[in-house]
Each structure stands twice: as C-alpha cells, then as structure tokens.
Design a protein around this ligand. Structure first.
Ligand code: SF4
Ligand code: SF4
Length: 354
C-alpha cells in the first residue's frame, strides 16, 4: 500500500504557503529547496486583499462584521461538533437515509466514497487561522474509511456582480452553509453511534476537489475549479469523514472537458490570463496571477465563475453529441447571456463605495 508521506501535502497549497511569515524558521525550512517558488510567493504574502474594501466606511461598518461573523460561526460549529462524542450504541443507517438528511440540511448534491489512503493529505497546512495554525506540519490521521462529499450552491445572482464585494459575500455565505450542513450531518452520524469529522473552509484532511472528481460530483473545468453539471462552478464543497457503514455511491460521470474545449469563455474573460488551455487533458492554471488579481480588486474576482455556461444551465444530455452540438450549445449560451453575463437586478450592496 502507498505510504501517506507520498500523498499531496496541504503545506504545498497557496493558502498554506502565503501564511508563512518571512524570517521564521518555518518559512526558511519550507523554502530551503524551493527558491523559485519563494520568489513568486513573496510578492503576494502578507497582503490583505480586502484592504481596498476596508477603506470604505460603509463596508467596514456594515458588511465586514457580517462576513467575519460567517467565519467565526463556521469555526465555532466545527469546534462544537468535534467535541461531541458518538453515542455508545450504534444504529443501522442506509445511504438513502444519510443522503436525504444531508440534502435536507442544505446540500444541493451528495455522493459517497470508500476512501483510499492516497485520498488524504500527508500533512496539515495550518490553514485554520490567519497565521500557520498549530496543525501546520502535523501528519494527517487517515483513519476514516468512508466519506460523504457534498456541495452547496452559491448565490448566482450575487456572482453576476463579479468582480465586486458581492462575490466575496457569496463565497463566505456559501462556506457558512457548508459548515452548517457538515455540522448537522456529523452530529446526525454521532447520534447514531459513528465517528464523524466534517471539513469545510477551515479544516481539511483531504483535497476536496480531487475527492469530488472521484465521486463524479463534477470535473475540473478549464478554469481549474470543479464544474458541477447543473450548478457549474457556483458551488462550495464540503465533506464528512466517517466510519459509518455506508456504501460507495458515485454520481453518473458527465464529461465537461469536451465542452470546455469549444467554450473557453473563462479563459477569454480572465483579466490576468491566469487560465490556460488544457495541457494534456488537464487544466493549466497560474495561481499567482489569479491571487494578484484578488489583491488588486480588493475582493474575490470570480469573473471566471460568472462566465461559465454551466452556471446558467447546459443541456448535459447533449454533451456527447459531438463538436457541432457543443458549438451550438455555446452559441445558445452566448445569445442568451452574452460573453460576460450582466447583473439582473440592483445589488443589495449598492451603497458600498468601492
Ligand atoms: S478569479 Fe479572476 S483572475 Fe482568477 S482565474 Fe478567475 S477570472 Fe482569472
Ligand atoms: S467557462 Fe467554459 S471553458 Fe471555462 S470551465 Fe466553464 S465550460 Fe469550461
């Protein structure tokens, strides 16, 4: 069996790396054999990408507390759920019962996987705080045999305002719902006598996009994020890891990449050219360019998310009909929504000066 030390290391993710403080032992140790990466990471380290927004009094007073509150409440939900012990007696449980509960708790789609050792991160990246948290560098305990993978939809109306505050709000609000759904499912499992750990924005033990792809909840599109067949990239992922005796239930596979090859709207609309054409069938993405754009906008960019036809509905039954049909589907989207879809209504945040 493959050793977990060969697995993907969460410390290698951008969000873990940029939390490393210059001059610290951790910083020096991490970059000791990654000089080229250090040079790319340093310019985006220590920059608050909400800074521009924070210069607006209305944002500071009205919306920042709201957005920060989502974070605080999500972390609290995680901590409270972690403290709960499973009931002493185990009750029977079916996939149908668990999936129905997860949907009622807020998931828009669910699947389950029997986990392999290489599904887990090898080490924690400490992304649970502003600075590398105490888990940075700790080995991940890969001791859950199964997982429920789920997604919640983002507010698509708010996404249409990208790249503005509304995108940031939509992301934070969706991650809060991921936490609520994950916490509810984990508590449900614990009450039935099983171990359960939920992961959302603040605590990961495995890369969720890879798990979601394996469960066929969607596929990485040209923009590099998971594209769900009916919700597009306008989703956030969560997972509940457990020892409950659920079966592996994947979704039916929907091939996104052929459509991407005929569409490329995210690539054309990306203001930094961070998105590249597929390379050997995989999305090629420049994370530094994308993150710099977040910093220059002062909020989430999200132009690629709002550009994707799958966020507006693509007839997935026609995806395998060949190139002409795919071109026709792209044309239909362009005729209806344009190359860069526009907001349909007044923003609820219109009083915020940006
Ligand atoms: S978020 Fe913006 S900068 Fe980043 S890939 Fe998408 S469109 Fe490009
Ligand atoms: S915008 Fe087009 S190319 Fe980009 S991920 Fe969506 S379908 Fe694929």
């Amino acid at each position: 069996m493959r050793s977990i030390s060969k697995n993907y290391d969460e410390r290698d993710t951008l969000f873990s790396r940029i939390r490393l403080e210059k001059g610290t032992d951790r910083y020096r140790a991490y970059y000791s054999d990654k000089e080229a990466l250090r040079k790319k990471d340093d310019p985006i380290r220590d920059k608050d990408f909400w800074q521009n927004l924070k210069e607006s009094e209305a944002f500071k007073e009205k919306y920042l507390p709201l957005i920060e509150d989502f974070d605080k409440r999500a972390v609290k939900l995680h901590e409270e759920t972690m403290r709960l012990q499973p009931a002493k007696t185990r009750e029977a449980l079916t996939n149908e019962e668990l999936f129905a509960f997860a949907k009622q708790a807020g998931a828009c789609d669910v699947a389950s996987l029997t986990l392999r050792l290489d599904d887990f991160y090898s080490h924690h990246g400490g992304v649970d705080g502003i600075r590398p948290g105490k888990r940075h560098g700790a080995k991940v305990r890969a001791d859950y045999p199964r997982a429920l993978i789920f997604c919640v939809e983002m507010d698509k109306e708010l996404l249409r305002f990208a790249p503005r505050l509304e995108t940031l709000y939509a992301r934070k609000e969706a991650y809060y719902r991921v936490a609520k759904t994950g916490a509810s499912v984990a508590r449900f499992l614990k009450k039935k006598g099983y171990r359960a750990l939920f992961t959302g924005e603040h605590h990961y033990i495995a890369p969720l996009v890879a798990l979601a792809e394996r469960a066929n909840l969607g596929q990485r599109g040209m923009m590099h994020v998971l594209v769900h067949p009916t919700e597009g990239p306008a989703i956030r992922l969560g997972a509940v890891f457990t020892d409950a005796p659920i079966e592996e239930r994947k979704k039916r596979e929907v091939i996104i990449s052929d459509f991407c090859e005929r569409c490329a709207l995210c690539l054309m609309n990306c203001p930094t050219r961070a998105i590249k054409p597929f390379s050997e069938g995989r999305a090629a993405f420049d994370e530094h360019k994308c993150f710099k754009m977040f910093q220059s906008f002062g909020t989430d960019c999200g132009i690629c998310l709002k550009s994707c036809p799958f966020a507006y509905g693509v007839d997935t039954a026609r995806l395998e009909e060949g190139r002409e049909t795919l071109d026709c589907l792209v044309r239909e989207h362009l005729e209806k929504h344009g190359r860069i879809p526009k907001p349909l209504k007044m923003s609820p945040f219109r009083n915020v000066e940006e």
